[in-house]
Design a protein around this ligand. Structure first.
Ligand SMILES: NC(=O)c1ccc[n+]([C@@H]2O[C@H](COP(=O)([O-])OP(=O)(O)OC[C@H]3O[C@@H](n4cnc5c(N)ncnc54)[C@H](OP(=O)(O)O)[C@@H]3O)[C@@H](O)[C@H]2O)c1
Length: 312
């Protein structure tokens, strides 16, 4: 059984989940998610922009039909894409996700990024210079409709993703329903200690995305990979665990909720086999010391609401 943490609206959030971005080629994702549920995953992280919600939903539906889980046993997160930020489009975004997943409600719906893109066409609208075409929507207007989604029962909770501390505070200053989560990139090379502390003080749980540093992503090709770090390898050896398990355990001991992605049966199992050991305060401190501001996930840097230009 996966342990849970209480969100600020009193709902239980399983402390590790399955990432589904690039979770396999078409036709593979459903099998990955089914297998993950079979071996105990109870938290699935998805998004409209991953363009695989039909397969994710089919897997959940199959496992409910088989009696492996009931709908209430599984925590399903999705995210509002940047081309759906206009207040009149938010409902369209969540309804598309619900229809693709084949679910009546989400457990958590996040604003994927604080910035918006031109609506109505491609999910990644670009101009002739290959620059993203922005849309001038203020995420506070988007947030009002996110709250409506809760009131209508389309999602139990709402939250943010990739918001910096100033952007979170702007939302908190007007929210009648508080964000329960901020989902951000977080791993030993970008440990986010300041933003985590900021969120904690405000009752917001941090979900750690790319928790393993997204080792196979193109962006990581020329970047140091935390999984290969000698210190992590050394700690892994002492605990007879893998570097991935040390990282995931480290993130959980810091109170964050990692959502590693794997499409491989052994690694899916490995990534949740982290509840039978503990890192000492000294080990936690030595992993803290590996922080080096390596960010894997970044794009649309010239958007005026780009979140990563301030310290945290
Ligand atoms: N909110 C956002 O903007 C945002 C952005 C990025 C990601 N996310 C979410 O976070 C999830 C995870 O992030 P991510 O996919 O970027 O990176 P990640 O989980 O850090 O890394 C995934 C990569 O690590 C490999 N891997 C998994 N377990 C491993 C293990 N035990 N040992 C060695 N390698 C392992 C996987 O390969 P195999 O599949 O071959 O195992 C895959 O290539 C995404 O799927 C998505 O749900 C959210």
């Amino acid at each position: 059984m996966i342990l849970t943490v209480k969100l600020n609206d009193n709902l239980d959030f399983p402390i590790i989940g399955l990432g589904t971005y690039n979770a396999g080629k078409e036709g593979e994702v459903e099998e990955v998610v089914k297998h993950a549920i079979d071996i105990g995953y109870r938290h699935i992280d998805g998004a409209l922009v991953y363009e695989n919600e039909k397969e994710v939903g089919a897997a959940i539906k199959a496992k409910i039909a088989e009696g492996v889980i009931m709908r209430d046993d599984i925590f399903v997160t999705s995210k509002l894409w940047n081309t759906y930020h206009k207040p009149e489009l938010v409902m369209q975004g969540i309804k598309k996700t619900l229809s693709d997943l084949g679910l009546e409600y989400l457990d958590l719906y996040l604003v994927h990024w604080p910035f918006a893109f031109q609506e109505g066409g491609s999910l990644m609208p670009k101009d002739e210079n290959d620059k993203f075409i922005p849309s001038d929507v203020d995420y506070l207007d988007t947030w009002k409709v996110m709250e409506e989604c809760v009131k209508l029962g389309l999602t139990k909770s709402v939250g943010l993703s990739n918001f910096n501390s100033e952007q979170i505070q702007r939302v908190l200053d007007v929210a009648t329903i508080k964000p329960v989560v901020n989902q951000i990139e977080c791993h030993p090379y970008l440990n986010q200690s300041k933003l985590i502390a900021f969120c904690k003080e405000r009752g917001i749980v941090v979900t750690a995305y790319s928790p393993l540093g997204s080792p196979n992503s193109i962006a990581m090709a020329d970047t140091p990979a935390p999984l290969k770090d000698p210190k992590l390898q050394e700690i892994a050896k002492e605990h007879e665990k893998t570097a991935a398990q040390i990282i995931l355990r480290y993130l959980i001991q810091h109170g964050t909720v990692p959502i590693p992605k794997s499409s491989n049966k052994e690694r899916l199992k490995e990534n949740i086999d982290i509840f039978n050991f503990k890192l000492s305060p000294q080990e936690m401190a030595s992993i803290d010391a590996l922080d080096r501001n390596v960010r894997v996930c970044t794009f649309a840097e010239d958007h005026k609401l780009y979140p990563f230009n301030i310290e945290f």
